[in-house]
Design a protein around this ligand. Structure first.
Ligand SMILES: N[C@@H](CCC(=O)N[C@@H](CS)C(=O)NCC(=O)O)C(=O)O
Length: 335
């Protein structure tokens, strides 16, 4: 079978998108990109029948995946002939997964965002604050960010201390002592790589190669490994929104239809059945972007639904972790 068409919808400085781009590059998986604006609206995404408002979105064939915490494991399952990046031993898997929780689920990235210097060009635009206030579901202002900065600095210091004095303390090159960067490195590095690349985010008296020699060297090594792999792979094709949608709709599905797990507690509680109209949205950030579609399958890890109809239908996959699934009960009223 031909390789599936892989397209990432992203903007280049999105740290979450970089998680996936690095994964693709380090594993040598060819992909195309559909570059998005850093703020809503994103008509290219709407063309797919998707209201989810976060970046990145990844399509593999005619299946579309939301959230890097689902996208990366899906990529990891593909191309068995290409060495994978994920751990296989149980204790190493535990480190990899706990690092993902540490960087994705403890509010660390929210703290990193509070360190953005408020004189960055994008942060001069009031529309940016309105957009990101919708994204976080609260208020956002330069004054608020400046006030939050001291506490945020403490959180980032504690996180870097942890890496410097535990996982990297013995001078190893990569988190799991692998020969090259593994998924555990991607899970750990992304918020710090992003912050180090933002001039003015980290005050020099707290953050420098002298204070964190091992962390700084590791981030540089990681960047070098990505740059080398990127040179070997060449630039991804850039598709316009129309071209991306066409490519997705013409591709075969990446996965067989999932089933509805009748034992899942949410399925039981709502009496969910295949074909039900459901609403799906993330509960941490970007909750305003709520998808509606027909339920295809659901289990404790993933929910799959159809977005769009007929020739324009794609199957969307969202993780259950951090997402809510609700049956649309007033469906008749919507007709
Ligand atoms: N848990 C999500 C988080 C994604 C996320 O927060 N992405 C940021 C970009 S780095 C975003 O969507 N920001 C708001 C926006 O771009 O509209 C994931 O892992 O994909």
């Amino acid at each position: 079978m031909a390789d599936p068409t892989i397209i990432i919808y992203h903007y280049p400085y999105s740290p979450y998108a970089r998680r996936v781009v690095w994964y693709l590059i380090l594993r040598g998986i060819p992909y195309s990109q559909c570059v998005q604006p850093p703020m809503m609206p994103r008509p290219d995404v709407s063309q797919l029948g998707i209201s989810y408002r976060r970046i990145p979105i990844l399509s593999i064939g005619r299946d579309v995946y939301l959230d890097t915490r689902l996208q990366i494991p899906k990529l990891e399952a593909l191309f068995p002939e290409i060495p994978r990046l994920g751990a296989t031993e149980s204790d190493q898997l535990a480190v990899e997964r706990l690092l993902s929780l540490f960087t994705n689920d403890t509010g660390l990235f929210g703290k990193a965002v509070q360190l953005l210097p408020t004189d960055l060009p994008l942060l001069q635009d009031p529309a940016y604050y309105r957009d990101r206030a919708d994204f976080i579901g609260g208020n956002l202002s330069p004054e608020g960010m400046n006030a939050a900065r001291p506490e945020a600095l403490g959180a980032v210091i504690r996180a870097l201390d942890l890496l410097e004095t535990t996982l990297l303390a013995d001078g190893r090159d990569w988190i799991l002592k692998t020969a090259r960067p593994s998924l555990a490195d991607i899970e750990a590095v992304w918020p710090f790589h992003w912050l180090l690349g933002l001039p003015g985010a980290l005050p020099k008296d707290h953050f420098s190669p002298a204070v964190y020699p091992r962390v700084y060297a590791w981030i540089q090594r990681f960047q070098d490994a990505v740059s080398t792999a990127k040179k070997q792979m060449g630039k991804p094709a850039t598709l316009k929104g129309d071209q991306a949608v066409q490519a997705i709709l013409q591709a075969p599905f990446n996965e067989n239809e999932a089933a509805v797990d009748g034992k899942d507690a949410v399925v039981v509680a709502q009496g969910l059945q295949r074909g039900d109209l459901i609403r799906v949205w993330p509960t941490d950030t970007g909750s305003s972007g709520r998808d509606e579609g027909r339920l295809v399958g659901i289990d404790t890890r993933e929910v799959v639904y159809e977005a769009g109809e007929g020739d324009h239908m794609v199957r969307v996959h969202a993780p259950r972790h951090g997402f809510r699934v609700k049956k649309v009960v007033d469906e008749a009223a919507k007709l």
